[in-house]
Every structure is written in C-alpha cells, then in structure tokens.
Write a new protein. Structure first.
Lengths: 558, 153, 353
C-alpha cells in the first residue's frame, strides 16, 4: 500500500547515488546504437531521429534537467553532435548523448523543443560545423554573417577563400524595418552594436510598441574570432593557456584559465600539488571579485546614469585587487598565471608584505560594500527600477541553461565550486548565495554577496598559505614538456567562472594539439534568456535586464 | 527617501574628503610590480639560437632567421602583436629574452612596432629594475620527464 | 531703476524716446546675456568636470592654465572646429532652429531676473509669468530636435522630453503661484522695491539670537521650496529625471544627431536652463540677490551656483527613474502635492494675513 512510484530522481541511479548507465540504456530502449566512454561520463550513441525522445526521457524520467553544452564536430567518416547533460541538483551526475550523422546528409533532429538552450547551441553547430537540425525553429547562422560561405570548423573548409560580399548581398536592416512599419504600429530599434549599454559589441534588435518592448532578438557574433580553432592550433602544454584570459576582459581571466587547466589536467591525468591548488583558489576568487565589482559598477552606469559616482568607486576597488594580482601574476588583466599541473610562480617575496596587502583589502571590504549598498541596493529609486523587472522564473532559467549569478538570482541553488568540487573549495568554509527574487534586484544582490563569500574564501586561503611549511611549497607538478593524450579521448569539464559555468570539451587525436576544442561560455546561455526577461517591459528595463545578466561578449562570440 | 539621502551622503563624503585616486601621469610614474610583463629585451650575447621561444609563441610574434650553420642572423619581435604571455621568457634556457617592466611604447604605424634585434637590445629597463630576480624562474618545472628533449642546437 | 534706464542715463539718451530706449535695452541685454554665457562657459567645460571629479575622487582638467581654466578656450576651439555633420533626410529648418530655440529661450528668461546691484534688464508687472513662459519654450525646441533628426533614439527622446515637461511644468507653475499668493504680485521687482516678489522677502520673519531671519519664501513655506526644487530638477532634465537623455538607454535622446556647433548650442541651452532654474529658485524662494555683507550680484551668483551644484550632486548619486514612473510621479504625486500646497497657502494667506 505504501509503495510509491519511483520519482524521477531515482531512475537510473545506483544505490550509492551514482549514475547507473546500464539502467539508463535500458530506459532509452532501441534508440541507443552504441555506448562510448568519455573521461567525464558515459555517453550513448543514438539514432539521429530519436534526439527529442531520448533527451526528454532523460529529462523527465531520469532527472537530467540541464543541457549543459552541445558540441558538434566532423570526423573523417561522419558528423557528430554531443549533448552534454547533467542535473541542476547534482552536477556530478552526467551523461553524454552522441548523435552521429552521415557525411552526405548531416541532418539530425533538433533538441530545441526539449531544451530551449539548444536553440543557440544548434545554430552555432550549424554555423561552424555544418550539421543541420530538423525541426529547429530558427535555423540561421549565429556567429558568422548570413552571407558566409562554408563552415569554418568542417574538415574541407577552404581557409583562403575570400569572404567578401557586396553590400547589396548583405541584408539591409533599415529596409526590413520600413516594411515592418507598413502594417503595424511597432518600430524596430537597433540597440547596438555601438551603444553605451551593450557592454561590448552586442546588437539587440528590439521591436518597440511605444516605449514597451514587443520583441527582442540578440544578434551576436561581432567579435567572433574562432577561439575554438585558435585553441585547436595550440599545444596543450603552453599555447592554449593565454587564450582563456581573453574570453573575459572583465577580470575573470584566472577563472577561465582554470576551466582549461581542469579539462586538460583531467585529459592528461595530471595531479596538481595542494599548495598550488590553494594559490589557484585564492587568485581565482580575487579574479571573481574583479569581475563582480565591474558588473556592479557597470550596472550603476546602466541604471543610475552615465555620471554616476558608483562606477568610479567600483573602479577604485578593482584597482586594489588588480595591484594584488599584478604582484602575483605579473599582469593586470591577461594573467596567464596557471600552468598545467600548477601555477607559474610562487607568491611574491616578501610574502608577509603580500599577505598584508590582501588582508588590508579584505579588512576594508565590508566598509566598501556598505557604500555600494548605500548607493545602490538601499536606494528607493533603484529599488523601484529593479525589483520585479526582468523576471526570470527558475523553470525558464533551467530550460535555457542559465548558470552563475543569473541562476542563483532565480533561486536555483547551483554552483560548480560546491556541486562538483575542484581546487581547494571543498575544504573551505563558504556558502552558495541564492536569492529568490528572480528579478534584476536579486541578481545585483547575489553579486554583492558573492563578493563577501569570495573574501571569506580568500581569507581562509591566506591563513593556509601563511602556515604552509616551506619545504612543501610545490607550485607545479612534474609535467612532460609535450603532452600527447591517447587518441580519441574525449572529456568535458567545467568550472564556476564569474559569469556562469564555463565548460570546455576536448577531443584528442594523439598529437600535441586538440582535435576539437569546444567552449561553453556561461554568458552564451545567459544572454539567451534576455527575450524572456525583457519582452513586455519598457526599454529602460531591457537595458537594466541586459546589464543584470553581466554578459561578456568575449565569451559569447568567442 | 532615507535611501536617497544615504546615496547622496555617500557621494558627498567622497567629494569632501579631498582624496583623489588618479595620478598625474606622466609626471608621476606609476608603480609597477616587479613581475609585470612589458616590452621585451633581447640579449644577443646570451642567445644560443635554440628557437624554443619562436616555437612556443602562441601567435607567431617572434621570427628568427638563421644561416645554414644555424648561426643567428635576425631576431624580430612584433611587440604590437604580442599578447605578453611571457612564454618565450619561460622557455628560454639562458635568459636571453626578458620582459621588462616597460609598458610605454608608441609608433605611428604598425610596422614600426616590429622590433629587430638591435631595437630589442635597446629597450630601456623601467626604473632600472631587472625583473629576473623577482620572477624566480623555476626551470625544474620545465625540464620534466617526457619525450620532448631539450634542444640546445 | 532697471539696467536699461541706467545705461540710457549714462549715455545721455532719453529713456522716454522709444528708439533711444531700444538702444539702451539692447546694450543692457547684451551685458546680461554675456554675463550669463560667461557663467555657462565656466560651468560647462570646466566646473562640471571638476565637480564630477570631486565626487568620483579624480583630478580632472588641470593641464592648461591655472586650475586648468584655459581648457574653456581650448574646448571652445575644439568644439567649433569640428565638422558639422548633417544627417540625411533631417527636417532642415526645424533641425537647425531647434538648438537656437533651446539656447535662446532660456537666455530670454534672464531679462527680468533681478541680479542685484541694479542689474535687471526689465521689470514688467507680469515678470514671473514671463519667466515661466519663455522657459517652457525650450520644450518646443526639444520636440523639434527629436522629430527633425530622423533618428529613432531622437524621436524617443523628444517624446519623453515633451511628456516630462508637461508633467512637471504644471506643478512647477502651481508652486510658483503659491509664492504669488504670498506676495500678491507677479512682478519680480528688486530688493528695495516693496510690493514685489523679491522686495516682499526682505522683511524680517523672526529674530533668533539677535540674527534677523528674512522672510524668504524658502523659510516661510519650506514645503513649496522642496517641491519647486524637485520639479525644477525634472524641468531641466537632471538626475533622477534625465530620462529624455538617458545615454545608456536611448543614447542621448533628442541630441543624438547634433555635432559641432549645434552640439555646443544644445549643451549651452541645457546649462543656461539649469542656471535659469537656479535664478528662478533664488528669486522667488531665496530672497533674490539679497544677503549680508557681500554685494547683491555676488549673492545672486552664489545662489544660482548652489542650485547648479545641487543638480550635479543629484546626478552623481541618484538613479534615473523609468519614463512611466516619471510620469506617474509627475501627475499623481507632484501635481496633487502642488495643489495641496496652493490650497494650504491660500488658506494661510486668507486667514492669517
């Protein structure tokens, strides 16, 4: 009588709470053609026409409610799309879904009806690799211009082919706008790519009904430089590490470096000395403070106005952190401090002076944060501007694969640092900040509180480093000069970067360079939620919502 | 209303305390950390033309030309293209290429930013700091086991 | 005794002859206009930068001349020598007239403002009504600029500007009317002219510790003063009411397409407008150019610069309200309060006086 139906969380799990891949395979039935082992999880190879069934079964019945990333790649004999799935409740439970398609007819079913986030990911896959997705609502290019010839990451792509197109071939946005005006009262407003509030070169096509936003479409790709390909041309050991810095010029470079370091270290099976892990944790959190301070300061620009003093106060506080990081890493923004197996340098001498600098910053921080609260969060006008605007419900956020402060501002208790621990995080005492407001105000609060949590982490790291025995200060593991992982090893790993979860997929081919290097930028998925937040609200709220997402175009366009 | 007044009080406090955060550059030269990575300095006396820096450079900033006996002829570095990752300094076994603290360089055209070995030699130290001591290069971490042999010609 | 009369007297002209008086009046206007433009020149390229820098802990302009003051000349040359870009399909006469109208209308207002030491071009009996009338002409200029620019951001800015000015002009004028109720006249007058708005404020309200507090309307009716100050912020479009410009939303609103000398005129107009707002506040609430020890003109300058400083202070700290919230504050808040203030004043004046 008391027998209960097994809940969705129980299916596909062993008694110990691990993923039971055999049970999952049985659950998916005859859609499964084969099974692969990736370093991070098992993956099922399925029929191209069973994508929606498979993904929705995994989502509804096995609880894999987070489509983390979609990787597309071309082999000599086939195309392949990999859906990296995991759970918001337990990041360690992962499963890959591999969809092979033939060379001459690379069409597979779109996952968009199951996960909204697949929309942009599949467009990117089509754009760069050339796989088509049946049933996709908007199968256009996303990063490259509509007139682009060929797919840059496909094997037969001609790098030397000129891509110059005449002006006439290019779509004229103004023309379309006038056509729109003929039969409706709406007006198309191009916000960006050069606009004070787009935080980089983002173009938002907003259809306005008076002052209200009827439709929004972010148009990205203006600074696309195919970072994935650049990484594929660099050696694992050194040449890739400088590039993650450049996906985030807001100061979060070290966090991004860690994403690559974590993936490559898993791939090459490198253990990082504990001492280096503590230094990594400390410097990464300093980096997070840099990024969050910029987000808050720039948010003041968006909402308060262009002469706000808050922005400059934020810049000042960042300056202190930048000086600390400059002492440690040698650069103020493009750090290139992490190495595979550790970090480049030990702490600068004299160590006491360096610790003193960090302590002074941490001690001053509560007072500084109080100022931000005075200027922003406790200000009544800012409250009426941000509370209950740009609402992002948790279910919607999950469907779009939102992570980072955006997800936590919607009350989703998800943080890779805690849920899939790396570095030294699991041995330190800190909390994941969540706010249930789901609005712009909640996201602002989350960022300000995360700065406090970061300070807590840094403080504990400094304690540890001060007492670290001198003979045990190994900053780098013994790593071969040339790393050549086994051919066809695949790995997908991610870290909690400043903007959200930054994941990297690498497939090796036996050489010292990756065969496929795929980046999942947290902002890429977060930015996708903009229409959900802004539609039906005022232009001013659209700008405020965009600012609260804290997107960085380096990570979106890559 | 209290919040508004608190905001205004905060900015007024900053206005009245008389402190400024910005400095009058260039009269006042900013402090630069000993580890800071700026423009390169090259020492032909030390260089053994092993070409490791050229190989490790992620974006082909360094160009080395040698004759048939592998004697060095040219060492060109495009500091306008450089991403200041310091990998060249890190791989150099003889400290022949160093990144100084110097961050001040200008040019009218892109070509002028491509330095040859004479120009690289004449890059001044910033405040006479030789960065080598502060960086404590850890060579041990470099000459690890593995198939990549060290190649000093 | 207005400035025009004084000049006529000095030049030996007959003030009763219309032609002579016209010449004297033109000279007087030139003096007052130049004086205000000098103020704006100091405020725009120099003082505003210095004030903003003080709020944000920076140094700001300090290279050219003492305290960087010569940057005013440098900036003037720089701005005027820039190319005047005329976008395609702008509505030509309107587009060209708008900056002139915006700058000119605010300047007109100073004709009746008593600046102390006998500096006042004219003192008509409807002085206050005249000031409000010419000051609101700027709204027409904003709409012209927004509409004629053939730019969507400008259009939005122009619409916002006119909506905002409508919503705040009425509370502004109504609050001004409460002062008129006290004074019983519209004439701005001067310190020594009783039965005028300024003159009426010179009487002693109370004496505290031997110091005579004058009956400035800011002391008599502080509620109206605060109301007027807020409505004035909205009227000149400064934070938290800079919604029509809102650079981070609609770039710069109605002034997006203006460059070079038109840009200068736009900015000039804004700053003159802020000073005119300050002058009105000073005249009807702060006793005009009156004050102890220092000459009247100095007190007048102190008062208008204080209001200017206040607008800059507000812009350093206060967030911008959204357009619908702005309209709501205007029509549902300020209007009701200003009516309440008016009725209250009427009762006080009727019962007490």
């Amino acid at each position: 009588m008391s027998l209960e139906e097994p809940g969705p969380r129980d299916v596909g799990l062993t008694k110990a709470g691990e993923v039971n891949y055999d049970e999952l395979e049985a659950l998916l039935g005859d859609a499964v053609l084969d099974r692969e082992t990736h370093l991070n999880a098992e993956a099922f190879v399925i029929r191209p026409d069973a994508v929606q069934d498979t993904l929705s079964t995994l989502k509804e019945e096995a609880g894999f409610d987070f489509l983390n990333c979609v990787t597309a790649q071309e082999y000599q004999d086939r195309y392949e799309t990999i859906y990296h799935m995991t759970k918001y409740d337990d990041r360690t439970q992962e499963v890959g879904v591999v969809v092979p398609t033939s060379k001459d007819d690379p069409v597979s079913e779109s996952a968009e009806p199951v996960f909204r986030t697949a929309d942009w990911h599949e467009r990117e896959a089509y754009d760069l690799v050339g796989i088509e997705y049946e049933g996709h609502p908007d199968p256009r290019r996303i990063l490259l211009p509509d007139t682009w010839q060929g797919h840059p990451l496909s094997l037969d792509y001609d790098q030397t082919k000129p891509q110059i197109v005449t002006l006439r071939e290019n779509r004229n946005p103004l023309q379309e706008d006038q056509r729109l005006n003929d039969d409706s009262d709406t007006m198309l407003l191009n916000i960006g790519p050069h606009h004070p509030a787009t935080h980089g070169v983002l173009h938002v096509e907003a259809t306005l009904d008076g002052e209200q936003v009827a439709d929004v479409e972010p148009d990205i790709g203006y600074i696309h430089r195919c970072e994935e390909q650049m990484c594929q041309q660099g050696t694992y050991r050194h040449q890739i590490m400088p590039y993650p810095d450049r996906w985030d010029w807001g100061g979060a470079g070290l966090l991004n470096e860690w994403a690559y370091a974590r993936t490559a270290e898993t791939l090459a099976d490198i253990d990082v000395p504990e001492y280096a892990q503590v230094i990594r944790t400390m410097s990464a959190e300093l980096s997070r403070i840099l990024s969050h301070m910029l987000a808050v300061a720039a948010y003041a620009l968006d909402v308060v106005g262009d002469f706000t003093a808050t922005f400059m106060y934020g810049m000042q506080d960042r300056e202190t952190v930048q000086n600390i990081l400059e002492d440690l890493t040698g650069q103020r923004l493009m750090f290139n401090y992490f190495r595979l197996g550790g970090v480049a340098w030990d702490l600068p001498e004299p160590r006491e002076e360096f610790f003193e600098k960090i302590r002074a910053f941490i001690d001053d921080l509560p007072e500084k944060l109080e100022e931000y609260h005075n200027l922003l969060t406790s200000n009544e006008i800012l409250q009426v501007r941000t509370v209950n605007t740009g609402r992002l419900e948790p279910e919607v956020a999950k469907s779009y694969g939102a992570t980072g402060p955006v997800a936590r501002g919607s009350g989703i208790d998800y943080d890779v640092r805690r849920d899939d621990p790396y570095g030294y995080y699991d041995k330190l005492d800190w909390d994941v900040v969540t706010e249930d407001g789901c609005d712009n105000y909640a996201r602002l609060l989350v960022r300000l509180q995360e700065v406090e949590e970061s300070a807590k982490i840094i403080n504990q790291c400094v304690d540890l480093l001060e007492d670290w025995p001198e003979e045990d200060r190994t900053i780098q593991a013994n790593v071969p000069r040339t790393i050549k992982p086994e051919p066809d090893t695949e790995v997908y790993k991610s870290v909690e970067a400043a903007k959200g979860e930054l994941g990297i997929y690498i497939r090796s081919d036996g050489t010292d360079k990756p065969a496929r290097f795929k980046i999942r930028g947290g902002s890429f998925s977060n930015l996708q939620t903009l229409p959900e937040m802004a539609e039906g609200e005022y232009i001013a709220d659209l700008i405020a919502s965009l600012g609260s997402l804290d997107t960085i175009m380096g990570e979106v366009d890559r | 209303m209290i919040g508004l007044l608190k905001s205004m009080a905060t900015t007024m406090k900053h206005a009245l305390d008389g402190q400024t955060f910005t400095v009058e550059y260039p009269e006042e030269a900013p402090e630069v950390s000993p580890r800071f990575r700026g423009v390169h300095k090259f020492s032909q006396e030390r260089c053994i033309w092993c070409r490791q820096c050229e190989n490790v450079c992620p974006n082909d900033t360094i160009q080395i030309v040698t004759d048939e006996q592998r004697n060095g002829e040219e060492y060109n570095l495009h500091i306008g293209q450089c991403i200041y990752c310091r990998l060249c300094e890190e791989v150099c076994p003889v400290d022949a290429i160093l990144l100084t603290q110097n961050f001040e360089f200008t040019a009218d055209t892109k070509d002028e930013l491509a330095y040859n070995k004479e120009q690289l030699k004449n890059v001044p130290w910033y405040k006479d700091i030789d960065p080598l001591e502060s960086r404590e290069p850890d060579r041990g971490a470099w000459i690890g086991e593995g198939e990549g042999e060290l190649d000093y010609q | 005794m207005t400035l025009s009369d004084t000049i006529a007297g000095l030049l030996g002209l007959n003030a009763d002859d219309p032609l002579h008086f016209f010449v004297a009046a033109i000279l007087a206007s030139a003096i007052v206009g130049t004086f205000m433009l000098v103020n704006v020149a100091i405020a725009g390229p120099w003082a505003k930068r210095k004030i903003t820098a003080a709020f944000t802990d920076r140094i700001a302009v300090n290279r050219i001349g003492p305290f960087g003051l010569m940057v005013i000349v440098a900036d003037a040359v720089r701005l005027l020598s820039k190319e005047l870009i005329v976008p395609e399909k702008v509505d030509r006469p309107a587009w060209d007239l708008a900056p002139l109208l915006i700058a000119g209308s605010a300047l007109l207002g100073f004709a009746v403002i008593p600046m102390g030491n006998g500096i006042q071009v004219a003192d008509p009996e409807v002085g206050l009504a005249y000031v409000f009338a010419v000051a609101s002409l700027a709204s027409v200029g904003l709409v012209m600029a927004g509409y004629a620019s053939n730019n969507k951001y400008s259009m939005l800015g122009g619409l916002r500007a006119v909506a905002q000015n409508l919503a705040y002009e009425i509370p502004l004028v109504l609050t001004g009317v409460s002062v008129v109720l006290f004074a019983g006249t519209l004439q701005l007058g001067n310190v020594d002219a009783a039965n005028t708005i300024v003159g009426a404020q010179q009487a002693t309200l109370a004496t505290i510790g031997g110091i005579a507090i004058p009956s400035w309307y800011a002391f008599v009716n502080p509620f109206a003063f605060v109301l007027f100050l807020v409505a004035n912020l909205a009227e000149v479009g400064r934070n938290p009411f800079d919604t029509p410009e809102a650079p981070t939303e609609i770039v710069a609103g109605y002034q997006t397409e203006y460059s070079s000398v038109y840009f200068v005129l736009m900015y000039l107009g804004e700053f003159i407008h802020i000073f005119l707002g300050g002058a009105i506040v000073a005249t009807i609430f702060l006793g005009g150019p009156a004050g102890p020890v220092l000459p009247g003109i100095v007190w007048f300058l102190i008062k208008i610069w204080a209001v200017f400083l206040f607008t800059q202070w507000a812009r350093s700290a206060l967030p911008r309200v959204r357009i619908d919230q702005l309209i709501e504050i205007g029509w549902k808040g300020m209007l009701v309060l200003s009516f309440a203030n008016l009725i209250l004043t009427a009762i006080i004046v009727g019962v007490v006086v």
